[in-house]
Design a protein around this ligand. Sequence first.
Ligand code: KG4
Ligand code: ZN
Length: 357
Amino acid sequence: MNILGIETSCDETAAAVVRDGREVLSNVVYTQIPLHQPYGGVVPEIASRAHVEKISEVVRAALAGFAAVAPEGRVDAVAVTYGPGLSPALIVGLNAAKGLALSLDVPLIGVNHIEAHLHTPFLGDRTAGSIESRMPALGLAISGGHTAWFDMPEYGRYETIGQTLDDAAGEAFDKAAKLLGLGYPGGPLIDKIAKKYFTALASAEGARQSNLIPFPKGSPREGVSALAGLPADLCVSFSGLKTALLRYVQKTPDLDVPRVVASYQEAIVQAVTDRTRRALERRDYRSIVLGGGVSLNSRLRTALAELAQKAGVELLTAEPKFCGDNAAMIAGLAYYRRNLVGDDAMALDVAPSLEIG
Ligand code: KG4
Ligand code: ZN
């Protein structure tokens, strides 16, 4: 079964065709990053307009790629992100998907963007074998908009067990980079600078720690209402970290930017790794399913790989091209969500605050 996926929830206009949920036949992503760069963040109106301008070209390119590898193939369904995301951006993709589903006379499948990030390790050749054999899994979706841990007893069932109470990890990276005048998006820039800094230091863990500025490690206070019933030891809060960075910058005359950046990244990596370790202690999992743009962070990958090895679970990560926003994850997940197709699919509306589960 070939599914055409469409994704426009934030600042990437994307379309892809995926066969039977895992084999990516074409994957086209147009990124708007240069358009948002001058503002240091995504501007919804600019995003929406750019999606309108690019969507047909991107879909056409994805269909051409599909035709090139599967000349006899036909599209059996159209899948689209309907939330969470920016409302004016989501609307563009949803309307395009409705038009395509009508004209191709195939079903329309609405997909949750976060859930789709958690499907990315199963795309392509990276993770061979059955998905079910990896369950129960601990899901970690970590991106510019979300940071959350999920209990996945079986594929397609999710219970949120921890999350950020304020900024997502990617947002914390982006805001720090903005404050330090490094550019946008901050995550990849900070990753690179920190890597250089650590390479220059002695590689021993002791040397790494002792040279770092002790920024707060994202622990929320017990009993704060934002926890909404979730255990504090599985949640993170990055607002204190951001304030600590600002104070440090204000009171330090000769700023050693690489050291500041490496220390800030380490605080985020340790916060995320620590919560993941606690989640692994609560239940016997077979794997960690990792998805989202921040999962590209090289230091986070190393830390989670070490943790997984110690805990005896498999760390499932996506190929780099599937970590950031893309439509292959939408088309892939939709194969497992065909039960959501109803007669009223054409009435589907965007859900900017859509939750998972
Ligand atoms: O998944 P994604 O493309 O979009 C959302 O759904 O949010 O994630 C984008 C986020 C940005 O905040 C970006 O700074 C961050 O992922 N990011 C990284 C790295 N590459 C991208 N953060 C840390 N290290 C990286 N190497
Ligand atoms: Zn995303």
